[in-house]
Design a protein around this ligand. Sequence first.
Ligand SMILES: N[C@@H](CCC(=O)N[C@@H](CS)C(=O)NCC(=O)O)C(=O)O
Length: 326
Amino acid sequence: MSTTTAPQADTETAPQLVGETAPGGAFKRQENAFRDRITADGSSGYKAEPGRYHIYVSLACPWAHRTLIVRNLKGLEDVVSASSVDPIRDERGWAFRESADGSHGPDPVNGFRFLSEAYLATDPAFKGRYTVPAVWDRKTGRIVTNDFHTIPSQLETEFEAFADRSVDLYPEGLRPEIDAVNRMVYERVNNGVYEAGFATSQAAYERAFDTLFAALDELEGRLAGQRFLAGDKVTDADVRLFTTLVRFDAVYVGHFKCNLRRLVDYPNLWGYARDLYQRPGFGETVNFDHIKRHYYQTHDKINPSRIVPKGPAVDWLSPHDRDRLG
Ligand SMILES: N[C@@H](CCC(=O)N[C@@H](CS)C(=O)NCC(=O)O)C(=O)O
């Protein structure tokens, strides 16, 4: 499906993330450092309890965004606290700073100035990027987990005693199907846009590009006859795809060069994304200002001018007609 011809000499450029670029220019994401789990019965050492945990997020970050949506959908806003860092990140990593509109502010839990302080309080020898989401435990004074793969399912299943149990984002009977679609969506779409954007050679970029758009074509077909990715209600799988789709036209098309098609060019994916956006729990967690300023003003290797595009004009509130699918 490639639409360009690779230049004859496929030279590599400087990576945005040093240490996470394989020979040949492909982006290889670092492992998540902290992978303890919160459990309902406390058998892991981290019991699900109201007021105990705090999630450090960036409203710009798709991996952190998942956790906010799940927390809202499960009615856990008063059980697990959350706060956002400043979307602009420099070589010191994420920082806690005041904002004029209150969308980010000082660290309400520890008074840290930088997220790095939470990582180094947990492991003074930590080497790596200081990433969001990170779940802080007030009781032990450490990060329990920064594993963005599993934080959503911990919120979905371990806090049932305090959550809205009428919402089941990870129903037992659908788990194999949800896990399978999540794997495909993670590898080819969620992480696929990063593999295109962070590639440092033409060949690695084109491979990621082709993989991404083939996956979007498959998802477009899947969503032609069903309203959601798995079953007939919103599940964990929809949350995970949504956070990439909502960033697609605003950032990934331009900044990550994922420009074969825009989201608005896919009738089913675009209708599906609006259907989710317009539901409680989704649209209210989207902050396009953080999203655009973060990507365009943080990745200096990709956008040295740091200019943030003004567009696109996209109407997320226009009717979607997905109710016809039940
Ligand atoms: N924890 C994961 C994924 C989470 C992640 O990459 N979050 C980004 C924001 S979307 C981040 O916090 N990056 C900080 C940095 O690159 O310094 C990882 O280590 O790759």
